[in-house]
Write a protein that binds this ligand. Sequence first.
Ligand code: MG
Length: 247
Amino acid sequence: MPDTTLPDLTTYDAVLFDLDGVLTPTAEVHMHAWRAMFEQLFAQWDIEPPYTDQDYFDHLDGKRRYDGVAALLRSRDVEIPWGEPGDDPSADTVCGIGNRKNVVFSRVLAEEGIAPYPGSIALLDALDRVGTPVAVVSSSKNAQDVLAAAGILDRFPVIVDGLLAERDDLPSKPAPDVFLAGAAQLGVSAGRSAAVEDAVSGVASAAAGRFGLVVGVDRGAGAAALTAAGAHIVVTDLAELVASATR
Ligand SMILES: [Mg+2]
């Protein structure tokens, strides 16, 4: 029985989607890549306590790679030079370690590919049928590769990703800048648009941007945390929003 109390996303001027964990289950690939990389690093540097998946949710999820690396190391009282985005993946800098993780991620993505969430595709189809503009707003520098691997790159005329954020010096989620940049590129106002996010920092970013509707997708962060960060509604799958978008 569809929940008809859920909002109709086609009534908004645009819908801006986070990518990892919202459109594609990339979070799993990211979590595995982070875990493999940090377990090795922690062992090499004798860092305690050991890395756990909770570290992913606390320090890494939804953030730009380098900000995540710095936050996680800071949680273990480890300070290292920031370095440069062009640092070699072998460099013991924040940027080098971030680049190291990306090598692992790219290898897994290339080897295994990625299937988008069926419910997310169903919602994109429903929005497409009535011509609601959509965009991707992702902190990832791999957004184009992930969208292409998932076969949905051509659905998004506007993509705000980690490469664009770096080029334009946009602060990381939870700052609102990346979502606002997406709305600006679409030519819509945030207040009349919807944003869809699965990370606490991403929900906080959209809420700070005063989006008309902030949808939290609970893929593990927890409904209470997403609501506390500013989500107006929380669903566990975007398929839940298809019925109200097609009625
Ligand atoms: Mg996400």
